[in-house]
Every structure is written in C-alpha cells, then in structure tokens.
Write a new protein. Structure first.
Lengths: 135, 135
DNA sequence: AGAGTGCTACGACTGTTGTAGTAGGTTTTC
DNA sequence: GAAAACCTACTACAACAGTCGTAGCACTCT
C-alpha cells in the first residue's frame, strides 16, 4: 500500500460520506434520510451504490449486525479535509500556507474568540522564532 | 449567465491551465514544453484536447495570430483558487474560515515576514473590533 | 518539387461518476 | 399465511475525464 493514502473522493460520494460522518454508524436508510433532510434527493439504491463504492475504495466499512448492513467511516473527516486543503495549497499556493492565511485574514470574517486565539498563536510563533534565532 | 460562475475544472485540465497561467500567451507547444519541464508527460494532442475543452467551457481563449493558435486564460488563477478554497471551506469548515486558519497556524509553517504581516492584520482586526464595540 | 516538420480537426477508446431500475430474498404485519 | 415493506446484488447507461492516433493541410529546407 502507498505510504500516504490520497483521499480522492468524487463529489457525490463525498456527500454521502459527509452524511455518514454525521450519523455513523448508519444504515443505508439512515444515510438516505439524512441526505433528504439536507435537501438532497437521491434514490435508495443510489445511496447504496455510493456506499458500496466507498467501501470498495476503503473509505467506509460495514457490518451486518441485524437486518441491514450498518456502515461506518474508516477515514476521518479531518483526514479528508486535511488532504483536500493540502491539494488546494499545493495547486495554488505553492504549498505554503502563509499567503492563503493572509488572504483569508484580510477578509476578516472572524469571531472575537477566534481573534483571541489567533493572537495567542502568533505570540507562540513569535516566541519560537526568537528562541530559534538566539540558539 | 449565472451571477457566480463556479470554476469546476477537472484535475488534468487544471494542470494544463496552470501551465498556461505561467506561460500565457502560449501555443500548444509552449504549454506542452512547460508541462514537460514540470515532469508531466503528455502527448501533444492530449494537451490540444484539454485546451480545446477548456476553451469550450470558456476558461481560455485563443487567437490564430501566426502559424499556430495562441491561447490565453480567460479566468484568473485567483478566481479559481478562491473558488476551490471556498469549496473546501463549505464542505468541511461550515463556511467559516476561522477554524481552518487556526488549524493551519497551529502547524506553524510561516516565515518571519509572514508572522509580521499576520500580527499586523490581527491588530487591525482587533482595532476594528474595538471600534465596533465602542460605537 | 519532394521530404520533413509542425499544426489542427476529428474520432476513438477506456475508466469513472452520477443516477437508478429490477429481481429475488427476508421480515413484518394483518 | 398472504401481502406489504425492506434489504441487497446485479445490471445499466449516459455523461464526463484522461489519453492519444490518424489524416490532411501548410510551411520549410534543400
């Protein structure tokens, strides 16, 4: 197996996986209902197809516990989001998070709490920087 | 036309578009060479196909100036990167940039200059925040 | 003017994605 | 115990993505 699994999941399958992340463990019908709640209309069998494909690709697993199969994610939302972000970073920002962060910051859509945390993080970075310079 | 054009460009076409952003205006051969330089081996006709498809989709334009067609992007790298980022934001961060920025910051891969700029931006945000509060 | 070189148009082919129907088994419900 | 509801397996199929080959035209060099 490759050392770093890329998480290349097509859009429609990802929607299903997202629903599964929210409702896991879940049957096909659970996922279907969740999707319906979110305004996404799909046929039962379509959801089944996607879950099957996701399972083949190793992103979810299933157990036949009672009457129906129960699905759970095998990959975390974090992992996938991270990998998605990484792709954007690689493709457009040359892999460096700095410019991206700066761009987002300039738009300034942050809560007060977040600003506090940001400040804190900057202080830390700053401190680390100083330490490194001195050593 | 829709007010907000989504920039949904498949991976392989995007690679070509990236090369075009770097070398524009460029002929098919220019793009091909650039791709080869980047270690991406594609046939001449493949690149041609992608450029044609990109043109059909309205992402690039071409002028027959001399012997060969010369291609230029019609959509800016910024626009596309923005839209890509937005997708990730929507899918995984509920549309709020805060958590994403915080996550990236925690990994701390920033240059000293960037840290300075970040500090500056935070100060601004902070000031704005205070002003708003006072008013 | 013939040989090579380069360009575009068009077609083609395989795999993947998006979406769903049907068939046939199991479970629940009157 | 028959009918209704559910479940999965399998099949299907159009559109799109990724990749390129061939044919034919234009230009270039000798």
């Amino acid at each position: 197996m490759p050392p770093y699994e890329t998480t290349d999941i097509p859009a429609a399958e990802l929607e299903v996986l997202q629903a599964l992340w929210d409702k896991s463990p879940a049957t096909v019908r659970d996922v279907l209902n969740e999707l319906h709640n979110l305004g996404r209309q799909l046929a039962y069998t379509t959801v089944l197809t996607f879950l099957t494909r996701l399972e083949q690709k190793g992103f979810v697993k299933s157990d036949k516990s009672g009457i129906a199969y129960v699905y759970s994610p095998k990959v975390s939302r974090d992992k996938v989001s991270r990998s998605r972000l990484e792709e954007v970073l690689e493709s457009f920002y040359d892999g460096a998070p700095g410019p991206l962060v700066l761009q987002l910051m300039r738009e300034g859509k942050f809560t007060k709490t977040e600003i506090g945390e940001l400040q804190q993080l900057i202080d830390d970075l700053d401190a680390k920087n100083k330490r490194r310079k001195r050593s």
